[in-house]
Design a protein around this ligand. Sequence first.
Ligand code: FAD
Length: 466
Amino acid sequence: MSRRAVVIGAGLAGMLAAAVLSGAGVDEVIVLDRDDLPEGPEHRKGLPQGRHAHLLMAGGLAAMEDLVPDLSLRKRLLAAGAHEISLSSGMLALTPEGWLRRWRREGPVMLTCSRALLDWTVRDAVLEHCPVEVRRAAVVGLTGSAARVRGVRVAAPGGDTELEADFVVDASGRGTRVVTWLAGLGLTGIEERTVDSGLVNATRVYRVPQGAERFPLTIVQPDPYRSRPGRSAMVLPIEDDRWMVSLGGTRGGEPPADPEGFLRYTLALPDPIVGRLISGAEPLTGVHLSRSTSNVRRYLEKSARWPDGFVVLGDALGTFNPVYGQGMSVAAFGARVLDRELSRAGLTAPGLARRVLRGTARSVDAAWSMAVSQDLRYPEVRGVRPGLADRVVTAYSRRMMKAATGSYAAASAIWDVTSMRTPPTRMFRPTALLAALTGSPLPPLTGAPLTPGERELLRGLDRTGV
Ligand SMILES: Cc1cc2nc3c(=O)[nH]c(=O)nc-3n(C[C@H](O)[C@H](O)[C@H](O)COP(=O)(O)OP(=O)(O)OC[C@H]3O[C@@H](n4cnc5c(N)ncnc54)[C@H](O)[C@@H]3O)c2cc1C
């Protein structure tokens, strides 16, 4: 009997899920997206976060490569101009505990490029290799019952139409209506939690100044420990010799949308390096603002009843403060769980959907804890206050970060976790524990760890007189 799967959303989670389903032998895989999908790496309306800096962590990329090895995503992205950045040597990072050193040893890497390039590369590769059809359509509900989803309802000019399916994936992102859709099937009482630090992101793209093509990725991280709004800035190299410069500020510390204010904001940070770098650079866009950055968790896996034939992946299950760069990797981990469960039991196995949700929830929870334990500390945060466990985790992470300013063992534990190659328990392995207990063997750095050449370059680029 011929089987059909429908995926709601052609973003990252949706295209990866579609690739998995087609690889699992589903006869017909249809991806529905309400957006007009561009033919090339261009920004689109349905992906407003695409205007802002996106880091693809090593763990997320590895999950994508495992899922569909034939796609060679890393190779495709690098060929299209993405950058591979070593966390141990290719980055200047000012943390709340001081500057991290740069080490000669290679650590994990991350990929940087525009989100438009990333999404298009994944979509293009999946469509080239897998028998998947993408259609433009807005889903407005589910069909079936609380015991089994049987398809979706799609908006149409003359009234909604129905599309039947043996399996439905909701990958419609942070704006999903899944809770309402489930209520339409009689499933209510889904627990949801929101922690909103009021984060606003402001991003502007610049041409990389001549000679600065190899300047390290630069981050001034927000500080959640001083009872002040968090303020951060990042200069991220992307394709076509451009820098994407993203600022982030929590409630009371929001970055402005005007170009002069944008530069002033970077210069008022604990280190003005970002402002100095961009002060003479040629802007290629205006400043784009985004406000939808709260942490939202839908505890679908805890629902007393769950319909067969329906799973939820990516941002639709949980979204996190983007400063930790986790969302895309979590979307890939979810697709990997779907792949594992499908190869174990097949598409129609009873309870499959619930097992996928539970498996996916584990990586969602790890990312959620990392983001929320920090966000809860900002003044004027809306959500729950930190509990004892949050305070213990924070105290330990802080100690580890302080040690990481001068200890490779501590720094590499943090990089492994941030790059999502290993679970957060990596921080409690004996070498990491010892490093946290003994602290940094080296004195704190008094400024960014620049090479003499980079220092000279920065001086040449600086038009601020700071
Ligand atoms: C400012 C910002 C910066 C970020 N930076 C990072 C980062 O550095 N690293 C990182 O890993 N993550 C980052 N993220 C998170 C990342 O953007 C998301 O985790 C990721 O996009 C999730 O992918 P997704 O496929 O679940 O959802 P999306 O990518 O949002 O895709 C959802 C798709 O569903 C479609 N859709 C929506 N509703 C419907 C409907 N009813 N019917 C049909 N189609 C529909 C949309 O058009 C869209 O194409 C950031 C997020 C923000 C907001």
